[in-house]
Each structure stands twice: as C-alpha cells, then as structure tokens.
Design a protein around this ligand. Structure first.
Ligand SMILES: Nc1ncnc2c1ncn2[C@@H]1O[C@H](COP(=O)(O)OP(=O)(O)OP(=O)(O)O)[C@@H](O)[C@H]1O
Ligand SMILES: [Mg+2]
Length: 237
C-alpha cells in the first residue's frame, strides 16, 4: 500500500464520525489525493442518497476526493447482524482489498467505521480487526458531553490492546458557548493524554449548499500533521 490509511472510529454511533471524516478529507485534500470510504453502511436503502456517503458528497462537492460506500445493508443494525438478517454475508476480504486498492491510488485513505471500535462486521472480524488489516492509524471521534470520558477511555484502551495507534481525537459538536461539562471534559482529556492531538469541531448548522462552511475547528495539545492547518484553540471554550 502506498498511501496512508486513517480509520475514523468513534466512541459510539452518532458521535460525529461522518462530520469529522468529511472535514478531514476536505482539509487533507488541499495538498493530497484523498479517498473517503464508508466500508460498511447500515440502515439505508440508497447510500448515495441517505447514507454517510450523501453527506460526504454534499460536503466535498467541488473537491477531487474519491468517495465510495463498499457494502450497504438496509436495517439500522451492526453490520454482522444486518447482514445475517438480510441473508447477505459480508465479504470482509473483498472490502479490505478494495480499501488497499484505493490506498494505492491515493495519498490518504480515510475509512469511516460503523458505530464504535469493537462493532462486529462478521462472526470473526470487528472494526478494530478491519483497521489493523489496513495498517491504519485511528482517528477517534467523541461527543463533548457527560459520559464521554468513560467512552473515550474505553476506546483508547481497546485501541492500545489491539495494537492500533491513535493519531487524533476529535470532539465534535463542541458548543460555541461551552459549559462546565464540556470545558472540564476537554481539560481532563488533554491532561490525561498530553501526547494526543485533539481537535474540537464546533456545533454548526451543517446546512446546504456547503455543510462544512463555517465549521470552526480548533487544535489543542500537541500539533498533528492532521490538524496542522487549523487554528490553535487554547481557550477550549
Ligand atoms: N460539529 C457538529 N455540529 C452540529 N452537529 C453535529 C456536529 N457533529 C455531529 N453533529 C450531528 O450529530 C449527528 C451525528 O453525526 P454523524 O452522522 O457525523 O455521526 P456518526 O458517528 O457518523 O454516526 P454513524 O454511527 O451513524 O455513522 C448528526 O445529526 C450530525 O449533524
Ligand atoms: Mg457516520
């Protein structure tokens, strides 16, 4: 594989992986050939219309980012369960091959998981295995609110046990007027992991025609090649 692979996982479903992945793709596409992939999409009939791919397409209109959904299943369940119920087993090896081919043809492949890191893809493979098969580093996306410290700690501990490097922590939907919970959570995470670059993506309308317009991104902690181009946000509020 020539290009580097970043696997965008989250502390849960619905935490902002798609927003973060699209934002990263757009940032990186300024000086790199980028592919953005949703390998396993569930809960949609037409991924280009109602899946994460639809958000990617709206957010990245006018950029040369390659966008793909590899497997799509109609029920909003973990991929292994959605596949079993649909009678359509997931060919994980084929998805790995497709990602490797895209990584060969691009400088960066961003792959967004479904749900969190230990979500099952089939009886033998979870998202962490998939990321490992691609030699990926992780981008972990988390919510800013109460409960996030436990979920971030669980995810980072699982990543370490599975030998996956975490390159960036993204906290999405960070309120413009952060309260004590969000400010203290960010402060705690930075003090607990001073080595880990953190980006906060502010709460934004994410509305058409350019959903990422005005998405305020701030870098905290050590600089990261992934967050180098954005504003430093030491105020954390
Ligand atoms: N920075 C933000 N500003 C406003 N809303 C946000 C922001 N980040 C995430 N959201 C909202 O949170 C919800 C979930 O975000 P998103 O779809 O990115 O999560 P996800 O982790 O990709 O979910 P899934 O597990 O379904 O793929 C969406 O409604 C999205 O608009
Ligand atoms: Mg998503």
């Amino acid at each position: 594989m020539s290009g580097r692979v970043l696997f965008v996982t989250g502390t849960d479903t619905g935490v902002g992986k798609t927003v973060a992945a699209a934002w990263l793709a757009r940032s990186l596409a300024r000086d790199a050939r980028v592919a953005l992939v949703k390998p396993f999409q569930t809960g949609v009939a037409d991924p280009a219309r109602d899946g994460d791919e639809a958000f990617y397409r709206a957010a990245l209109r006018g950029t040369p980012v390659t966008i793909r959904t590899l497997v799509s299943l109609p029920e909003p369940l973990a991929p292994s369960i959605a596949a079993a119920r649909a009678g359509a087993p997931i060919d994980v090896a084929a998805a790995i091959d497709e990602c490797r081919a895209l990584a060969r043809d691009h400088d960066v492949l961003l792959a967004e998981g479904a749900g969190g890191l230990l979500v099952p893809i089939d009886g033998a493979t979870d998202m962490a295995d998939f990321a490992a098969a691609l030699d990926a580093s992780l981008v972990v996306v988390a919510r800013p609110s109460l409960g996030t410290l436990n979920h971030v700690a669980l995810t980072l501990e699982a990543a370490e046990r599975r030998g996956l490097a975490v390159e960036l922590l993204v906290i999405s939907a960070y309120p413009k007027r952060a309260g004590v919970v969000e400010r203290e959570n960010l402060r705690f995470l930075r003090s607990r992991r001073p080595d880990l670059p953190v980006v906060t993506l502010a709460e934004a309308p994410l509305a058409p025609p350019d959903p990422l317009a005005g998405l305020d991104a701030r870098a905290h902690g050590p600089a990261s090649p992934l967050s180098g181009a954005i504003a430093r946000g030491e105020s954390s509020g």
